[in-house]
Design a protein around this ligand. Structure first.
Ligand code: HEM
Length: 309
C-alpha cells in the first residue's frame, strides 16, 4: 500500500507541476527522485555503487529530463496551465525577477521531493493508525458517507465538502502529530540570544525537535494514544508544528492537507481494510519514518462488507 500512496501522490504532483501523465516517464522520474532522496543522509563519497553516487547521477538525469521539457515549452511546442508554465511566464518580467533554467529545474525538484514522500508517508500512517483504532475509523467513515449521500451520484468533492470533513481534518492532524513525518528542523542562530534561560551563541546549530514536542505529556494528554478528538481543544502556540513554523513554514501545507482529506474520504467512505503485514519495524536509513513493510493492506469494498454483515 505504501507503494500505492507514493504512486498516487507522485503522479498528482508531476501532473500539477509539469502536466506529465505518461506512465513510463513518471516511473523514470520517480525512480530518480527516490535515489536523490535516499542520498540525502548518505556519506558524500563519489564512488560508483554508493548511495551518494547514485543520488548525484539520478539528479543529473532528472535535470536533463526537466531541461528538455522546459526547452519544448520555450519553443512553443506545448503550453499548459501548470506550475512550470507559471514560472516560464516570468520571462516577460524585468531580468532581476526572471527565473533561469537552473532555478526552474531546482524549484521543480524541490517541490517533488518536499511534497511527495512526506504526503505519501503521512497517508501510510493514517491507514495504519485508523486500522488500529476502529472507533476512529468508524466515526471517519460515518462522516464520509454522510457527505457522499448528500451529493448527486458520482459527483466529485468540492471546496465546501472539504470544509465539511471536520473529523477527517482531526484525523489528518492526529496522524501528523503521531507520525512526525519530519522529525526535526535544523536552524543556525544568527545572533547570540537567550531562550527560557538557555544561552545560544551566534553560529550554533539548533534543532527544533518536533517529535519531542508532539509527544510531550504536558501538552498532550496520553500522547501515545491516537485520539483525533483531542483537536477539539485549542492547541497552545508552537505545540503542533508538523509543517514547521515561522518564515520557513511548509509551502505545501494546504496541498498536503487536501490530498490527505481526499484520500481519507475515498478510503474510509468506500472500503474497510486489513493489514497484510503486522511488522511494526521502521525502514532503516530513511529520513522520513515509514513502516519497513510498506504497510500492505487488503481492501474490501463497503458494499460487499455490508452485504456480508
Ligand atoms: C504531510 C506532508 C508534509 C509535511 C509533514 C511537510 C513538512 C514540512 C516542514 C516541517 C517544513 C519546514 C522545515 C523547516 O522548517 O526547516 C516544510 C517545508 C517545505 N515544504 Fe513541506 N511538508 C509536507 C508537504 C509538502 C508539499 C505537498 C509540498 C509542495 C507541494 C511541500 C513543500 C515544501 C517546501 C517548498 C518547503 C520549504 C519552505 C521554505 O524553506 O521556505 N511540502 N515542509
Amino acid at each position: 500500500m505504501n507503494c500505492l500512496h507514493i504512486k498516487l501522490t507522485f503522479d498528482a504532483m508531476c501532473d500539477m507541476l509539469m502536466s506529465i501523465t505518461e506512465d513510463s516517464l513518471l516511473r523514470q522520474i520517480e525512480e530518480d527522485c527516490n535515489a536523490v532522496s535516499d542520498a540525502m543522509l548518505s556519506i558524500p563519497i563519489m564512488i560508483p555503487g554508493t548511495r551518494y553516487y547514485k543520488g548525484i547521477t539520478a539528479r543529473k538525469r532528472l535535470m536533463e529530463t526537466f531541461r528538455e521539457i522546459i526547452a519544448k515549452r520555450r519553443r512553443g511546442e506545448e503550453t499548459r496551465e501548470d506550475f512550470l508554465q507559471s514560472m516560464l511566464q516570468r520571462d516577460s518580467l524585468p531580468p532581476s525577477e526572471k527565473l533561469d533554467d537552473s532555478e526552474i529545474m531546482d524549484n521543480l525538484l524541490t517541490l517533488i521531493i518536499a511534497g511527495q514522500t512526506t504526503t505519501a508517508a503521512a497517508m501510510m500512517w493514517s491507514v495504519k493508525f485508523l486500522h488500529d483504532n476502529r472507533e476512529a475509523q468508524d466515526i471517519l467513515r460515518e462522516e464520509q458517507l454522510s457527505i457522499t449521500n448528500m451529493k448527486p451520484d458520482g459527483a466529485s468533492l468540492n471546496h465546501e465538502d472539504l470544509n465539511n470533513i471536520r473529523y477527517g481534518l482531526k484525523v489528518v492532524k492526529e496522524t501528523l502529530r503521531m507520525s512526525n513525518v519530519l522529525l526535526w528542523f535544523p536552524r543556525v542562530a544568527l545572533q547570540d540570544c537567550t531562550i527560557e534561560g538557555y544561552d545560544i551563541k551566534k553560529g550554533w546549530h539548533v534543532n527544533i525537535d518536533a517529535t519531542y514536542i508532539h509527544h510531550d505529556s504536558d501538552l498532550y494528554n496520553d500522547p501515545l494514544k491516537f485520539n483525533p478528538q483531542r483537536f477539539d481543544e485549542h492547541q497552545k502556540p508552537y505545540s503542533f508544528i508538523p509543517f514547521g513554523s515561522g518564515p520557513r513554514t511548509c509551502l505545501g501545507i494546504n496541498m498536503a492537507k487536501v490530498t490527505m482529506l481526499v484520500f481519507l474520504h475515498r478510503l474510509a467512505g468506500g472500503y474497510t481494510w486489513t493489514l497484510d503485514d503486522s511488522d511494526t519495524c521502521l525502514e532503516k536509513k530513511a529520513h522520513i519514518p515509514r513502516l519497513r513493510s510498506g504497510c500492505p493492506i487488503t481492501l474490501k469494498s463497503l458494499s460487499k462488507t455490508m452485504l456480508e454483515s
